[in-house]
Design a protein around this ligand. Structure first.
Ligand SMILES: [Fe+2]
Ligand SMILES: [Fe+2]
Ligand SMILES: [Fe+2]
Length: 435
């Protein structure tokens, strides 16, 4: 099937923001790392392909961080085991053939220059993109919560200098020391203009394949779902049920695809919710519920800028709204809820009732029917969509239960898309600048 050329930058920006939610501390980490990395790369003279790889890798580099606890650990400058999340990030993204080279960069993004790395590489064997990301990642960690005064900058420069030949390539350290002398280097990170700046300096990433976009959303859904062992396939399931409901409601093939993407990302805001709350056995108290209820707010705002799929934020972000206006977080009413948003709400409830939870097993058919009919009767969820689903209960149940793992789906895709191979030849350019 013919696919138009699609720009992926908005999607990459949104997913990157989602990954930052895992952090309670550095909220602009991925963006800051990307800005600094692109500036370093410009000095080195990386070519177009390398710039693209560097940009995407910088924007997604901590995708392998599972929990907020782990995130807090890696925010320590000398944190001991930084390889764990780097390898996990590699595992996730290497399932997508188009992102194999990005996965490789991420795998090495905490490799120390002197070696002794779990990846087995050292020095010039480490991809240049990974080295750049490692250095600026540590700069961002050091500048967290710090006033960027002369004293603050010297302290950071000092720490990074001490890492030369040991953690970082000396040539890269020199480039950083040069760049960081400028006041604007630091203002670019802290200032409100940083989003615009990153848009300006980042390379445009295009794809002809919708599969690449779907795969990336699958990967993100996996990142969200693995926060809880009880819901490891929840997003995939909701996506499939919602897509099938939209098909039965007569949505066009392109709208059905958008519905599927919205389903994969509907809980992306859960990355902001601590695991203790997500996985609590038993009901949540009021304060915990308040935190839980933020997730659709984040989902909505994270997805809002993916203009290529303009309905995704609404369909995904309104999945806990109710027709009677008593849902959350926007408390919109039925009149404001589009058919797509109503479908997602029904798909989410049906899937959640069918699945095991920390405090209960998946429910039986009779109980699910009873709860959903009651909700439709209370004007919480759409009665027609509910009827459509319950009329086809057996089939939808089968759909939910037979969802494949992200990796087996990705495995099938692998056969269709060619790999790109990482190169380390830019080192030649770097050496010629600094020798
Ligand atoms: Fe990292
Ligand atoms: Fe949700
Ligand atoms: Fe959900």
């Amino acid at each position: 099937m013919y696919s138009p050329l699609m720009n992926m930058n908005n999607l990459i920006f949104s997913l990157s923001k989602g990954i930052d939610l895992v952090s309670s501390g550095i909220m602009h980490h991925h963006k800051n790392v990307a800005i600094m990395a692109l500036k370093m790369a410009k000095v080195i003279g990386l070519d177009k392909k390398e710039m693209e790889r560097l940009f995407v890798s910088a924007m997604l580099h901590d995708i392998g961080v599972v929990s907020q606890k782990e995130k807090r650990l890696i925010e320590g400058y000398d944190a001991p085991d930084l390889h764990v999340h780097a390898c996990e990030g590699y595992r996730i993204l290497s399932a997508i053939p188009t992102f194999n080279d990005v996965a490789t960069v991420i795998r090495h993004h905490h490799d120390r220059w002197e070696g002794n790395n779990r990846t087995g590489t050292k020095g010039y064997e480490i991809p240049i993109e990974s080295q750049i990301i490692f250095l600026v990642d540590r700069v961002d960690v050091l500048s967290k919560d710090r006033e960027i005064s002369h004293k603050g900058v010297s302290m950071i420069q000092d720490r990074i200098s001490k890492g030369a030949d040991h953690l970082f390539n000396r040539d890269l350290v020199n480039i950083f020391l040069d760049l960081s002398e400028s006041r604007a280097f630091w203002l670019d990170l802290k200032d409100d203009f940083s989003n615009e700046l990153l848009r300006e300096i980042s390379p445009e990433i295009y794809t002809y394949s919708l599969d690449v976009i779907v795969d990336l959303c699958y990967a993100m859904a996996y990142v969200v779902d693995r926060k809880s062992p009880f819901t490891s396939k929840h997003s995939q399931r909701v996506a499939t049920v919602a897509r099938e409901l939209s098909r039965l409601c007569g949505f066009s093939p392109s709208e059905q695809r958008q519905m599927f993407l919205a389903g994969l990302l509907h809980d992306i805001g859960k990355l902001a919710v601590p695991e203790e709350i997500l996985n609590k056995e038993g009901p949540l108290n009021e304060a915990e519920m308040d935190i839980m209820m933020t997730h659709t707010y984040y989902t909505y705002h994270i997805l809002k800028h993916i203009h290529e799929f303009p309905k995704v934020e609404e369909w995904a972000g309104f999945h806990h709204e109710k027709l009677n206006g008593k849902g959350y977080p926007f408390r919109i009413t039925g009149g404001e809820m589009s058919l797509g948003a109503r479908i997602m709400a029904v798909a989410d409830i049906f899937t959640a009732l069918s699945e095991d939870r920390p405090y209960r097993k998946g429910m039986e058919e009779a109980r699910i029917r009873q709860i959903m009919q009651q909700m439709a009767g209370n004007n919480e969820i759409d009665p027609d969509i509910t009827a459509l689903l319950l009329d086809n209960y057996g089939w939808f149940h089968e759909v939910v239960m037979s969802i494949e793992e992200f990796y087996s789906i990705a495995e099938k895709r692998k056969k269709e898309i060619n790999n790109t191979i990482i190169s380390i030849d830019p080192w030649e350019k770097l050496r010629s600048i600094y020798n």
